[in-house]
Ligand binder design. Structure first.
Ligand code: NAP
Length: 479
C-alpha cells in the first residue's frame, strides 16, 4: 500500500484536500482501516474544474494518434502491473484475487479498444440536395466531463469512461466511489506515466459527493456527465444537469430476469446462472436478480444450482482457493439479509445458504431460494449479493410479461435450445442486452447499456466514443 497515491490528482499534481481533510478506506474482509485518502471539498472541485477547463483547448487539438498512443501505453502498463492492481482492488473492494485479475484485464481492454477508436473519428463532406450548398461535417469533443463511478468494478468503470473521453479529446474530472478510491488513484498515476498531459484527467476523492458535484453540474463549464450507479442517484443528477443543459450518459441499476425454458440444456443453464449470479459476489448491475424457471425443470435446476453454490469457498479475497469474498460493507450485507428474511417470511424455501456467518468482515454465503413469492421485495429490488431467487412459470407469453414487469431494462438471460424461441423471446425482452445461453454479456467491444430506468446511452463498442463527441456542420455555398 505504501506506493499507492492517496492525494487528489489535480492539474497533473498530487495534492492534499485544501482543508486538509482525509477519509478512511476500509478492508471489507476485516473491517479494518487500510489507509486514509484526501477528502475533497467544493473548493478542490473548483480547482479540478479549472484544470480541466484550462487543458481542454490544447487537448482537443492534440493529434488523434498522440491520444491513441497514450491510451495504448496505459493499456500496456496496466497489464504489466496486473498483480499490484489486483491486490489493491481486492483490499479495498473484497473480490477474490482471480476476479480482480480478470477485472484488470477487462479494464485495460477499454484503453486498447479506444486507442483504436481515437484514430477513426470520421466526418463528412457532401453537396446538399438543393445543389446550392456544401455540407462539411466534423466531430468535436463535447468538452470537460464529470465522470462518477461506483465501487463494484473500481478499475473498469473508470477506464470505460476515461478511455472514450481521452480518445475523443475531452478533459475530465473523475469522482470515484469513496469505498474504492485507491484503484482510481493508481490509474491516474499510470496515465501520467503514459504521458497524459496535465489537467486532462483530474481525480477528486471525496466523502461529500453532493457538495462536490452539484456546483460542477450547475456551473455551466462542465459539458458532460457520465454516471454509473443507482437509478435513484442518476435521477437526482439528471435533474441537476438540466439547469446548464449538461449532456448525460447514465448507466444505472438493473433487475435482470434469467429465463430457463423446458427445452434448455440444464448444464448450460446452471453454468450460466453461476456466472450471471456469482460474478463479483452478485454485486453487479448485470447480476441475474429473478430466475424464472419452467415448472417442469425448476426442481432439477434448483437442486443443481444449490449444489454448485454450496460448494463455493467463502473467505477473504486474498486467500488462495476463495471463490466468494465479502460484500462491500455492513450496509450492503444488511440489505441482503433483509431481502432474504422477507422472501422466507413469504414462503420461500432456502435450498442452501441464507445465514450470516459469525466473525469480522462483511461475508454472506451463496444462497438459493426456491418457490419465491412474486410479491417478495427482492423481485423489485437489486439484491446486490450472492442470492438466487427462483420462481416458476408455465407459458412463454406469461414469462415475458413477468420479466418485463419492472421499471428497469439493463440485461436479460435466455436459456433455450430452440432457435425460433431464442430470437422471439430475446426480441420481446425490454432490455439493452441479452445473454443467450450465456451468463456473461460484458465486453469492451460491445455497446453496454440499458433501456427504461436502467439508463441513457451506451458505453464501449463502436458507439461508446459518440457519447463524448458533438457534431459541427459547416455550410459552404457552391460558387
Ligand atoms: P450509488 O450510490 O448510486 O453511487 C454511485 C456513485 O455516485 C458513487 O461514486 C457515489 O458516491 C456517487 N453519488 C451518490 N450520490 C451523489 C450525488 N448526490 N452527487 C454526486 N455523486 C453522487 O451506487 P453504488 O451503490 O455505488 O453502486 C451500485 C449501483 O451502481 C447499482 O445500482 C448498480 O446496478 C449500479 N451499476 C450500474 C452499472 C451499469 O453499467 N449500468 C455498472 C455498475 C454498477 P457516494 O457513495 O459518496 O455517495
Amino acid at each position: 500500500m505504501t506506493d499507492t497515491p492517496t492525494q487528489l490528482f489535480i492539474g497533473g499534481a498530487w495534492v492534499d484536500a485544501s482543508d486538509g481533510a482525509t477519509m478512511p478506506v476500509d478492508d471489507p474482509a476485516t473491517g479494518e482501516v487500510l489507509c486514509h485518502v484526501a477528502d475533497a471539498g467544493p473548493k478542490d472541485a473548483k480547482l479540478a474544474e479549472e484544470a480541466a477547463v484550462q487543458a481542454q483547448e490544447a487537448w482537443a487539438r492534440t493529434a488523434p494518434r498522440a491520444r491513441s498512443e497514450i491510451l495504448r501505453r496505459a493499456h500496456e502498463l496496466i497489464i504489466e502491473r496486473t498483480d499490484v492492481l489486483a491486490h489493491l482492488m481486492t483490499s479495498e473492494m473484497g473480490k477474490p484475487l482471480a476476479e480482480a485479475r480478470g477485472e484488470v484485464a477487462y479494464a485495460a481492454e477499454f484503453f486498447r479498444w479506444f486507442s483504436e477508436e481515437a484514430v477513426r473519428i470520421d466526418g463528412g463532406f457532401t453537396t446538399l440536395p438543393d445543389g446550392r450548398n456544401r455540407m462539411l461535417l466534423s466531430r468535436r469533443p463535447v468538452g470537460p466531463c464529470l465522470l462518477i463511478t461506483p465501487w463494484n468494478f473500481p478499475l473498469a468503470m473508470g477506464t470505460r469512461k476515461i478511455g472514450p473521453a481521452i480518445a475523443a479529446g475531452c478533459t475530465m474530472i473523475l469522482k470515484p466511489a469513496p469505498q474504492t478510491p485507491l484503484s482510481s488513484l493508481a490509474l491516474a498515476a499510470i496515465l501520467k506515466e503514459a504521458g497524459l498531459p496535465d489537467g486532462v484527467l483530474n481525480v477528486v476523492t471525496t466523502s461529500r459527493a453532493g457538495e462536490v458535484c452539484e456546483p460542477l453540474l450547475r456551473g455551466g463549464r462542465i459539458r458532460k456527465l457520465s454516471f454509473t450507479g443507482s437509478t435513484a442517484v442518476g435521477q437526482l443528477l439528471l435533474a441537476q444537469s438540466a439547469e446548464a443543459v449538461v449532456r448525460t450518459s447514465m448507466e444505472l441499476g438493473g433487475n435482470a430476469p434469467f429465463l430457463v425454458f423446458e427445452d434448455a440444456d440444464l448444464d448450460k443453464a446452471v453454468d450460466g446462472a453461476m456466472v450471471a449470479k456469482m460474478r463479483n459476489m452478485g454485486e453487479a448491475c448485470t447480476a441475474a436478480n429473478r430466475f424464472f424457471v419452467h415448472r417442469s425443470v425448476a426442481e432439477e435446476f434448483g437442486r443443481r444450482l444449490a449444489e454448485r453454490m454450496g460448494a463455493l469457498v467463502v473467505g477473504p479475497g486474498t486467500r488462495d482457493g476463495v471463490d466468494v469474498g465479502p460484500l462491500i460493507d455492513r450496509r450492503g450485507r444488511a440489505k441482503v439479509e433483509e431481502l432474504v428474511a422477507d422472501a422466507v417470511e413469504r414462503g420461500a424455501h432456502v435450498l442452501v445458504g441464507g445465514r450470516t456467518p459469525e466473525g469480522p468482515g462483511c461475508f454472506y454465503p451463496p444462497t438459493v431460494l426456491a418457490d419465491v413469492d412474486p410479491g417478495s421485495r427482492l423481485m423489485d429490488t437489486e439484491i446486490f449479493g450472492p442470492v438466487a431467487a427462483i420462481l416458476t412459470f408455465d407459458e412463454e407469453d406469461e414469462v415475458i410479461r413477468r420479466a418485463n414487469d419492472t421499471p428497469w431494462g439493463l440485461v436479460g438471460y435466455v436459456f433455450t435450445e430452440g432457435l425460433d424461441r431464442a430470437l422471439r423471446v430475446s426480441e420481446r425482452l425490454e432490455v439493452g442486452m441479452v445473454g443467450l445461453n450465456t451468463g456473461l454479456v460484458s465486453n469492451p467491444a460491445a455497446p453496454f447499456g440499458g433501456v427504461k430506468q436502467s439508463g441513457l446511452g451506451r458505453e464501449g463498442g463502436r458507439v461508446g466514443i459518440d457519447e463524448f463527441l458533438e457534431y459541427q456542420y459547416l455550410a459552404v455555398p457552391v460558387s
